[in-house]
Ligand binder design. Structure first.
Ligand SMILES: C[S@@+](CC[C@H](N)C(=O)[O-])C[C@H]1O[C@@H](n2cnc3c(N)ncnc32)[C@H](O)[C@@H]1O
Length: 230
């Protein structure tokens, strides 16, 4: 697996409209978490794997004078983020990779990421980079739907066609701690809208039947909250 392969996969998502489905599916959970991140005036944030930038545009205006930069390996995702940009969000977008962040040390107050970090080619290097660019006392808030306690997500690497980390909740905590974060906590966040409406359920490769949909909802999104020691 290479960054070029990841970029090609997600360039296609950007072209075929798949990127826009991410906000519909994950907007509720992301808004819950952003509401609990204690974003304060003037804070600068980094969104790892920003896709079309919808969450970056929520982070920017979360407090007076706050701002967010999203990075993504897919040039077409970054182009889509720029097309969708509304110029009031204090957000911007750059092409870049998790494993070699093009930012100085101690720059950001917060690192955020939604449904992206398990694609890292080198997860430990990605976590070390996230730690490096955070200010001492800064926090990482990483959200992922693919983890071992949500067993229906195991097949996603095959359906998407790229390699993905498949870790248990405790292993995610261990990997963040090994990178130097402390303390590290996890919790599950459930979509407050519930699993949806069975009468309107439409199967897809990720979710072939209603029972799977119900169980995916019940497993929720894993929120990893980790601090860079002072
Ligand atoms: C499933 S999408 C999620 C996008 C966005 N966070 C959202 O919620 O809509 C994962 C994104 O991570 C990016 N990505 C995957 N591996 C990456 C890496 N190693 N470095 C930078 N971006 C990466 C992909 O290009 C893709 O846009």
């Amino acid at each position: 697996m290479t960054h070029e392969r990841i970029a090609a996969t997600f360039d296609e998502w950007a072209r075929n409209g798949h990127a826009e489905g991410m906000e519909a599916g994950h907007g509720d959970v992301v808004r819950q978490v952003i509401g609990r991140m204690r974003i304060q005036a003037g804070m600068q944030m980094l969104d790892l794997g920003c896709g079309n930038g919808w969450a970056t545009r929520l982070l920017g205006p979360a407090a007076p004078g706050a701002g967010a930069v999203g990075i993504d390996a897919s040039p077409q995702m970054v182009a889509r983020a720029e097309e969708l940009h509304d110029w009031t969000s204090r957000a911007r977008y750059e092409v870049g990779t998790f494993e070699a962040l093009d930012f100085p040390a101690d720059k950001f107050d917060k690192v955020f990421s939604m449904e992206a970090l398990y694609y890292a080619l080198d997860l430990d290097q990605a976590l070390r980079e996230a730690l490096r660019v955070l200010k001492p006392g800064g926090t990482a808030d990483v959200l992922i739907d693919r983890f071992q306690e949500s067993p229906h997500t195991e097949s996603w690497a095959r359906t998407v066609g790229v390699e993905m980390a498949w870790l248990a909740e405790s292993e995610w905590r261990d990997r963040f701690r090994a990178a130097g974060f402390s303390p590290v906590t996890t919790e599950r966040v459930l979509d407050s809208r519930g699993p949806g409406d069975e009468a309107r359920f439409e199967p897809d490769v990720h979710c072939p039947d209603w029972q799977t949909r119900v169980e995916l909802h019940a497993a929720g999104t894993l929120w990893i909250h980790a601090e860079k020691p002072e």
